[in-house]
Design a protein around this ligand. Sequence first.
Ligand SMILES: [Zn+2]
Length: 363
Amino acid sequence: MDIAFESVGNISDDIKDEPEFTEHNFKRYRLPRANKIQYKKICAKEQKNASLKKIALILQKCSSDRTFDEEKVLNDCSEEVKEVRLRWRRRDEAKKRLEEFEDPEDILKIKCERLAQAIAQAQHLVVYTGAGISTSAKIPDYRGPNGIWTRLQQGKDIGNHDLTLAEPTYTHMALYELYKRNILKYVVSQNCDGLHLRSGLPKAVLSELHGNMYLEVCKNCKPHKEYWRPFDVTENTSRYFHKTFRKCYMCNGPLVDTIVHFGERGTLQWPLNWKGACKNAKNATTILCLGSSLKVLKKYPWLWQMDKPVKKRPNLYIVNLQWTPKDECANVKINGKCDEVMKKVMDCLGKNLSLFIFILYIS
Ligand SMILES: [Zn+2]
């Protein structure tokens, strides 16, 4: 009893100590204007979300199962109903964009012929490559359903992949062949696997925008001293930590890898060679994108000559199994595996190259 009495006494004391809630006091405790607006916005957003959630639950029901009141809510909130349906549509589209899809054989053949013709007639062909060109070399791609990024997003293990055992794929060799025939002028690659160089493509016609796992450099030496290794130099490196723990034999400075991770800004001249990529993107009459989701490359407007009027921009051809943000701008989008597409394209070029070149010279 004593305890109960004591506690009641305390509560009343607390109440007594509280300041009287007059209009004058309220003004003193008022939130700053900016916070008040922010608070109102948050409340409105929460209210709207709750209302959309309620409507979504009703819409999920079969119309025959809805009560009279639920039907009334749908009728009274036509704007919210529209918004829920729009959100569902967007969610389905985003899901669909991640799906891999292959063109039927007959369509693939026609598209490959068109691509072969465009390649043969290109005055300055530049190719942008992504992880999709190395998947047949047993290197996992990045954003595909089983790619490294996708698996990391899903909290799954990415396993061990010994990239040093990878060999250039048919696509790498086809690009080298096009370079030798003086058709392909430049390659901009997002891959770090070094397979373009191993295919024979010279360093001078290649930008490895995200680095090369076989190259470590000394930044103390000017120009940077390069060390090409027959092994993966990134074993001890990570995002924001690039020291490989080996030393430069010229100056004894620390060696660093050349990999550009997410959120990092690559500044090395080699193997990134942004200057070469800029110059060739500017001169490109035809751009071929192979095995890239283009989610990173789309952020560089100069790669697509976006400063020029639409009609003066280069012809664009895209080969990728998934949707890319540049599909709508492409002359032809081929949903196919890079090696299969390039085999068909090289077959066409082998048969028809001299004819295409003849047409080009007389036109
Ligand atoms: Zn050095």
